[in-house]
Design a protein around this ligand. Structure first.
Ligand code: UD1
Ligand code: MG
Length: 481
């Protein structure tokens, strides 16, 4: 195909303040399903192989640039600064320097239009190829086109765009609107932009003036798409509305691919999450970016997974929170378990309620079913870690490792003061504070021997009642209960 051979670059307009957001934060940084608004159009451009992709920043330029770089660390980005908002043509023009050396096509996208699909951009590039001119654009047909630029056709062909404020009454009747998304030949773009003047109702440099110039050079390609896809975000009501559509779109993709969502309306799955078939998600589950879930996995109500991997057949009981964790197959986790970064579980591991792990590698079939903290720990297979076990991994300055071999039994309410090792098959008695290594096959107990005083309670009561007699010298000073 022609366009495969035509180099593609992109400009994404991210300079706007977004006054109606009523926010200290730039509009394009407001999160929508876990990502900043502008990450969506940027991602679409990058997915099509555009290089460079030039975000045009202005309002809060430094913050916007920092956030974009953090989300796309390895992407071919070059930033351009638009110091003053003088119109969409001026915004694109400010990207020219960053495009030096590119002589193919330039995609122009808005940073506040998150629902635009990759398929639409592919259709736009194909329309550009088909028409054979210097520009193609996305249009949308609206019931109420108030505020939009109108697509004015002559003899069926696009002749120009007229902004709402510049329209004649007859032009205002046109319902075919400009979505503001274009594919333009680079050579034409830079020469034409130099000729645009701010002679219009708003005194702005209109990018839309390009369309009339392009129409004089050749046919203008168009792709007409549903308005939900090209809708921007101006305030927080629109932000929530776009988020809802995005959420529904992502959730439907997963359901069609064989994933059960008990309550799609309360399920939040960020873009890029992968889920295997026959997996079931309960209500209020959040799967954040970078998460990969296998098949036949059950994820209970209220679980939150971030950048985690869960293998086939595992059950996450309700309200478990996983962050940068790797969970093997057929594990049973939670309810209320917290798996922090660096947790790596082999298969068939059980972690129960109120168990917290961090940098913990736990071998096949090991269990910690109640109330434990396992941090900086290597635990072998087939171990049983009793209720209330704590790895004391931090000495106030450094973190230290706890190592358990295979088949180790740790009695309840034990502390493992790291660095410390417990060898294969060893036992630690309940309530033990382990400070020295325990050799394989041995028992470690650090409890004080138990003392039993028979009849002690009755004797105590007798002593108390004697001292509390009327006229007695010392009344009881403390009550117990
Ligand atoms: C623009 C189009 C209009 C189209 C509509 C679709 C022009 C002149 N008009 O109008 O035909 O129907 O989009 O939504 O292009 N921006 C900058 N720098 C500027 C000006 C704008 O970065 O100097 C950014 C804004 O932050 C925004 C986008 O460009 O993200 C669009 O600008 P805006 O002024 O909202 O254009 P519209 O008036 O909506
Ligand atoms: Mg405007």
């Amino acid at each position: 195909m022609l366009r495969r051979m035509t180099a593609l670059a992109a400009v994404v307009l991210c300079a706007g303040k977004g006054t109606r957001m009523k926010s200290e934060k730039a509009k394009v940084l407001h999160p929508i399903l876990g990502l900043p608004l502008c990450a969506y159009p940027l991602k679409r451009a990058l997915d099509l192989g555009a290089s460079p992709v030039v975000p045009v920043v202005g309002h809060q330029a430094a913050e916007v640039e920092k956030s974009i770089r953090a989300h796309f660390p390895d992407a071919p980005l070059r930033f351009a600064l638009q110091k003053e908002q003088r119109g969409t043509a001026d915004a694109v023009k400010s990207a020219q320097g960053a495009m030096t050396g590119h002589s193919g096509r330039v995609l122009i996208l808005y940073g506040d239009v998150p629902l635009l699909r990759r398929e639409t951009l592919e259709a736009l590039l194909a329309a550009h190829d088909r028409a054979g001119g210097v520009l193609a654009m996305v249009s949308t047909t609206l019931e109420d086109p108030t505020g939009y630029g109108r697509v004015i056709r002559e003899g069926g062909k696009v002749a120009r765009i007229v902004e709402h404020k510049d329209c004649t009454p007859a032009q205002r009747q046109v319902r075919e609107c400009n979505a503001g998304i274009y594919s333009v030949d680079a050579d034409f773009l830079w020469t034409a932009l130099a000729d645009i003047q701010p002679v219009n109702a708003q005194g702005e440099y209109y990018l839309t003036d390009l369309v009339e110039m392009a129409a004089k050079r050749g046919p203008v390609g168009t792709v007409d798409v549903d308005a939900t896809e090209t809708a921007g975000v101006n305030d927080r009501v629109e932000l929530a509305a776009r988020a809802r559509v995005l959420q529904q779109r992502i959730n439907e993709q997963h359901m069609r691919a064989g994933v059960t969502l008990m309550d799609p309306a309360s399920t939040f799955i960020e873009e890029g999450v992968r889920i295997g078939p026959d997996t079931e998600l309960g209500p209020q589950v959040t799967l954040a970016a970078g998460t990969v879930v296998g098949r036949d996995v059950t994820i209970g109500q209220g679980c939150v997974l971030t950048a985690s991997q869960v293998a086939d057949g595992t059950t996450l009981k309700p309200y478990s929170v996983l962050e940068d964790a790797v969970v093997g197959g057929r594990c049973i986790i939670g309810p209320f378990a917290r798996l922090r970064p660096g947790t790596e579980l082999a298969e068939d591991v059980h972690l129960g309620n109120f168990v917290e792990t961090k940098k913990a590698r736990i071998g096949r079939g090991s269990k910690a079913n109640h109330l434990a903290y396992l941090g900086d720990a290597n635990i072998g297979s087939g171990c049983n870690v009793g209720a209330g076990t704590i790895t004391c991994n931090y000495d106030g300055v450094n973190k230290h490792l706890t190592e358990l071999g295979d088949g180790v039994f740790i009695g309840s309410d034990s502390q493992l003061v790291a660095p410390v090792k417990v060898g294969d098959g060893a036992y630690v008695g309940a309530g033990t504070t382990v400070t020295k290594n325990v050799p394989p096959g041995s028992l470690a107990v650090s409890r004080a021997p138990q003392v039993v005083k028979e009849g002690w309670v009755a004797a105590k009561k007798a002593r108390q009642s004697k001292s509390a007699k009327p006229g007695g010298e010392t009344p009881p000073t403390a009550k117990t209960g």
